[in-house]
Design a protein around this ligand. Structure first.
Ligand SMILES: [Zn+2]
Length: 301
């Protein structure tokens, strides 16, 4: 998964006021799209993502005219990332605004994680330019990652929305007959097979989100919830928690067609291979683990 970067590129998001140096990354977003330089290398290149493309992010030295409002974001190992808060910047030569959904299919993974996480912080900074309590223009706290209101002292912290990924399985007497529910969203052009998923409501524990979302989307009751892993997912301001669970009672699917195009039970040998190369997402990892390991995937990690 994209946040699993190893010790050499471990995330350090401790905030300190820092000055950007020429070699530091300096990201800018416009309309949710990220300034990036894309290299078309062809799908056969081992370094390329499943789109066959690699990309790079701009560094301070790439800008001929340096952005005026710059804040430190985080480091991945020795590499430091900053964000330009200017509405507009003069894009460095060779760089253009690329949608996050497009970048999601490109490599390298550590820059994709950096761009996704930076996009979450960029949305947070832009959405809190004015105090939500009194309407006064806000300021950035000098030595912590907080937006503060000088008029009423209201403090705003970065927004993280919890959500769940639910791998619903049916275990048979013969393990070869074990099955998993895969879903496809309606109204998306690139809808891969996925797992039941949804955001946590206020007042709801994660386990409650799992039970509610599985019932709402595919009409199943579940039991035996087992937490698998969590994943920060900056693309949607989310922290995802992945759960395995077993169908409880009837396995007849009642699909919510307002949200899903379709949902189906798949035996392991029927699972589409479209997620096999997906090293980015928790959804992809859970589907692939069930395809390869079956019920053993539900046990000890
Ligand atoms: Zn205020």
């Amino acid at each position: 998964m994209i946040h699993e970067l190893g010790v050499a590129r471990a995330l350090d998001n401790h905030f300190e006021p820092r000055d950007a140096r020429p070699d530091d990354y300096l990201l800018h977003f416009s309309g949710g799209a990220c300034l990036a330089r894309v290299t078309h290398v062809g799908a056969a290149d081992a370094d390329a993502g499943d789109s066959g493309e690699v990309f790079d992010l701009p560094r301070v030295r790439d800008y001929r005219r340096r952005p005026r409002r710059v804040t430190y974001l985080f480091s991945l190992g020795a590499e430091r990332f900053f964000l330009a808060l200017d509405d507009r910047v003069v894009a460095p030569a060779g760089f253009a605004y690329e949608s996050m959904s497009w970048l999601r299919r490109a490599e390298p993974q550590h820059l994709l994680f950096a761009a996704a996480t930076a996009s979450q912080l960029d949305r947070w900074y832009r959405d809190n330019r004015f105090c939500g309590r009194c309407g006064h223009p806000t300021e950035l706290a000098p030595s912590s990652r907080e937006v503060v209101c000088p008029a009423c002292a209201h403090i705003v912290y970065p927004k993280i929305c919890p959500g769940v990924i639910c791998a619903v399985v049916s275990l048979a007497d013969d393990p070869a007959e074990d099955r998993i529910v895969l879903t496809r969203y309606a109204g998306r052009t690139t809808a891969l097979w996925a797992l039941v998923a949804g955001f946590t409501e206020i007042g709801e524990p994660l386990e409650g989100t799992v039970r509610r979302e599985v019932m709402e989307e595919v009409g199943l009751s579940v039991r035996g919830l087992r937490f698998y892993k969590s994943q920060p997912w900056g693309f949607t301001d989310t922290l995802l928690a992945g759960f395995w669970c077993e169908v409880d009672g009837s396995d007849e699917l009642a699909v919510d067609h307002s949200e899903l195009k379709e949902a189906r039970w798949f035996r392991r040998d029927e699972i589409p291979l479209e997620r096999t190369g997906d090293q980015t997402s928790l959804t992809g990892e859970m589907i692939e683990r069930f395809r390869l390991e079956g019920r053993a995937a539900l046990g000890e990690r």
